[in-house]
Write a protein that binds this ligand. Structure first.
Ligand SMILES: [Fe+2]
Ligand SMILES: [Fe+2]
Length: 443
């Protein structure tokens, strides 16, 4: 067969082109990754100026408050100043100093010092003003309000996994949540705050998203599976960031400090569990914490749902271990994440997911990563491909729950009412908006 020299050149060019493109991509890819890594490093490099300032819930937020922040390693003598807030600037004359405890953290892109102060002996239901720094480089003065001493109307925000594209796509959700409920007394994060547990850039995005909200309202946070990984000994270990950067209670079982704990606030006992590890030990601890509980309301949070809202993600052993305790002590609500969908139950008791007494279970997601909804009998309301936040208001015998979309649109609601000697009554207030599934129109 005759083949012209021109044809050979064309064939050769066609054959070589894809190889050349692949080669070019191979050369450029590391350069692009390098540039991104440098950008990430530049963005998240700590300085002497405090950043990532965050309040943490304490076991008794009516008399104490924790604050945590980050600086460069140049700062070894960190401190905070605190005063009761006043209308004018003269509170600075009455500010008292507290020395911080500091610890270093070497991350994948930098080295930092994290500092913690716990303000104690505070007056209940009082507005305080504080700043953090090293005596020369100070943060702005931030304000927080202590909790009331006894039972008092309470509002809080709850969000599921932020996890992915946090800077670009989660920021609007947490800001919408705060805008909906600026009277929130804490913000509850049910795990998978970030995607890769030790990536400082991801934590930087998370702190950026909430910004100054974190310096004004304390967090309640529990770790998800994405805050866990294998440590040097092969054991599963929480992110090396977790303990240095958060100031959370240490009243849980030994070895689970700041990941399993409880706090009492205005008639609510909020209990955070760590569903990643040591589940049996936590079951024993939970019994004691629920036995000695003088609060009217009890709400639990942890990452892995008792009832899954997405296919193939059932947590059977966790359900069998923990749920009988929730039933026994009549836990009011259980707030979880992990499934990247939304699902909310009616009252659940024993194996009856359509009961007229028991606990309300919720799975929610605030970030943009989405799985398909697996519609199941336990779900009273569900949603796919929807970023949500929840506002929960408690006033005496009534709890009012709202789940809102990233646009602030009411998607789900109910009231939970207590009557002496009777089980909780759930009154659905699901708005007349279409259920959100997984079809293309929802994307
Ligand atoms: Fe998860
Ligand atoms: Fe997740």
């Amino acid at each position: 067969m005759f083949v012209s020299p021109l044809a050979i050149r064309c064939v050769s060019a066609r054959a070589i082109m894809p190889i050349a493109v692949v080669a070019l991509l191979l050369v450029l890819a590391p350069l692009t990754a390098c540039a991104q890594a440098e950008d990430t490093k530049a963005w998240h490099t700590p300085t002497r100026q405090p950043d990532r300032i965050m309040l943490g819930i304490t076991p008794d937020p009516s008399t104490s408050m924790s604050v945590n922040w980050r600086t460069s390693t140049d700062v070894s003598s960190a401190k905070a100043e605190l005063a009761e807030a006043e209308d004018g600037p003269d509170f600075t004359k009455r500010a008292k100093e507290t020395k911080a405890t500091s610890q270093p953290l070497k991350t994948d892109i930098n080295e930092a010092h994290f500092h913690t102060v716990q303000f104690t002996g505070l007056k209940p239901d009082t507005l305080y003003v504080y700043r953090v720094g090293d005596g020369k480089n100070w943060s702005e003065w931030n304000q927080f309000r202590t909790a009331a001493a006894g039972r008092d109307p309470l509002t809080f925000i709850y969000v599921g996994d932020a996890q992915n594209n946090i800077y670009s796509m989660w920021s609007r959700v947490i800001r919408a949540a705060y805008s909906s409920a600026p009277d929130t007394r804490f913000i509850l994060h049910a795990g998978d705050l970030i995607n890769r547990r030790d990536r400082d850039g991801e934590w930087g995005e998370w702190f950026y998203g909430a910004g100054w909200i974190n310096s004004k309202v304390p967090i309640v946070a529990v770790p998800g599976n994405h805050e866990y990984g294998s440590g040097p000994t092969g054991d599963r270990e929480v992110s090396t960031h977790w303990r240095p950067q958060f100031a959370l209670p240490e009243n849980g079982p030994k070895g689970l400090e700041e990941t399993c704990y409880y706090a009492d606030i205005q008639g609510l006992r909020v209990i955070g569990l760590n569903s990643n590890v040591m589940q049996k030990k936590q079951a024993e601890w939970l019994e004691t914490v629920l036995t000695n509980n003088p609060n009217k309301w009890t709400i639990l949070t942890f990452h892995h749902p008792i009832f899954s809202a997405s296919r193939g993600r059932d947590n059977k052993s966790l359900r069998e271990l923990w749920k009988p305790i929730f039933d026994k002590y009549k836990v009011d609500m259980v707030l979880t994440g992990h499934d990247h969908t939304y699902g909310r139950s009616n009252l659940v008791s024993g194996n009856n997911v359509r009961a007229d007494s028991g606990t309300v279970y919720v799975v929610s997601v605030s970030g943009p990563k989405m799985y398909s909804v697996d519609q199941q009998e336990w779900m009273e309301r569900s949603a796919g491909r929807t970023q949500l936040y929840q506002v929960i208001r408690i006033d005496g015998d009534k709890l009012s729950y709202e789940s809102r979309t990233a646009r602030g649109v009411l998607y789900d609601a109910f009231d939970l009412v207590k009557e002496a000697g009777k089980p909780n009554r759930l009154i659905n207030k699901v708005p007349n908006t279409p259920a959100r599934g997984n079809d293309e129109t929802q994307q």
